[in-house]
Design a protein around this ligand. Structure first.
Ligand code: FAQ
Length: 322
């Protein structure tokens, strides 16, 4: 009997029981395994949103490539932005293993039917923003994504291993840039402080709504897609980042930020959830610009996709003839 024949002979309950056992044993669900539709749809949603975030996330820093202050900084920034493109590609490939199509996912992004991370809807006003994105945004991304290396869906978890390695380089280059600026002139230090003031709260929003308002967390934790809740990871990020800010010599714009010895964590102020909702629903400072840019580059790239498809068809024909 083939694997497909065995699957056909099993009832829906048998398949579901097997799926639950794989999850309970901390093993991986692979593309050809049976999975509940809810699991498939959750994975498609999360992986697609993640892929879109990487691709849209190239824009804020890409804005500074032509104006980087030295050849060294330009080479680092180019490499980083190219890495984000690569992450988007691995993730679209992982989403395709679930039966979706990248063209369709891109269409959903540019018509506003799928989300991407709120963080990329803020402007990059100075070169210090490049450093702060590396330090805070990539720092938050690592905090969120390292546990995803143990996510239950095999292709996603494996993609995440390489992505996290590259994100670590991104975080370090950001921190090193900020260290350099903080050792520079008073004006440079002011640029860093201004960028930190603008990016701190949006970075905390990256972890998603508070647990009490997160419709997907309970289900995704039960399926071991997510390994920690949004609030747990947000707290981990704050605890990790405060000492780094002290080492840099920058302040964090939260008067309520304070070590709480009883909890063994930093307490922090209330996030502006109304702003988060506004940005996620499309009304942030740069949403329209980001999506319009993505739509334009997608249509300008049509000839590349057509040429690649024609080349693949030609090769297929030649192989068949041979
Ligand atoms: N922005 O029920 P939950 C990066 C949505 S990559 C926009 O808590 P869930 C690298 C959420 O999707 C950054 N939407 O959802 C880089 C859900 O949507 P629905 C991206 C958000 O999935 C660095 C609804 O709200 N990382 O930074 C946001 O359990 C520098 C309800 O939320 C990932 O995607 C948000 N911040 O938890 C690139 C990581 N938060 O159902 C360039 C993978 C939530 O209404 C430069 N994703 N939503 O359609 C995850 O870990 C999870 O999906 C969460 C959300 C934690 C983001």
């Amino acid at each position: 009997m083939t694997a497909a024949q065995i699957a056909d002979a099993l009832s829906e309950e048998d398949l579901e029981r097997h799926f639950e056992q794989v999850i309970a044993r901390d093993q991986r669900i692979e593309p050809r395994d049976w999975m509940p539709e809810g699991y498939r749809n959750t994975m498609i949603r999360q992986i697609a949103q993640h892929a879109h975030s990487e691709i849209i996330g190239m824009q804020p820093e890409g804005n500074w490539i032509t104006r980087a202050p030295s050849l060294r900084r330009k080479a680092i920034l180019l490499a980083k932005v190219q890495d984000e493109a690569g992450h988007g590609l691995y993730l679209y490939s992982a989403a395709e293993t679930l039966g979706t199509d990248r063209t369709d996912l891109t269409e959903r992004l540019i018509t506003g039917r799928q989300k991407y991370s709120s963080i990329f809807n803020y402007p990059t006003l100075s070169f210090a923003d490049v450093g702060v994105i590396g330090w805070l945004v990539d720092g938050a991304a690592i905090c969120n994504q390292v546990p995803l290396c143990r996510s239950s869906y095999g292709p996603y978890a494996r993609a995440m291993i390489r992505i996290c390695k590259e994100e670590s380089f991104h975080q370090r280059q950001g921190y090193e840039l900020l260290m350099t600026m903080m050792k520079g002139t008073a004006e440079q230090r002011e640029l860093v402080q201004d960028a930190v003031n603008r990016w701190w709260w949006p970075s905390l929003m990256m972890f998603g709504p508070p647990d009490a308002d997160s419709p997907n967390t309970a289900r995704s934790m039960a399926w071991k897609i997510k390994r920690h809740t949004n609030d747990e990871l947000r707290q981990r990020f704050v605890d990790m980042t405060v000492p780094q800010a002290e080492a840099l010599g920058v302040g964090l714009p939260d008067p309520e930020l304070k070590w709480n010895p009883a909890r063994g964590h930093y307490d922090f102020g209330e996030i502006d959830w109304a702003e988060f909702k506004r940005v996620v629903s499309g009304d942030g400072p740069c949403n329209a610009e980001r999506v319009a840019h993505r739509a334009r580059t997608h249509s300008e790239g049509a000839w590349v996709r057509e040429a690649a498809a024609a080349h693949a068809a030609k090769q297929r024909k030649e192989a068949e003839a041979a």
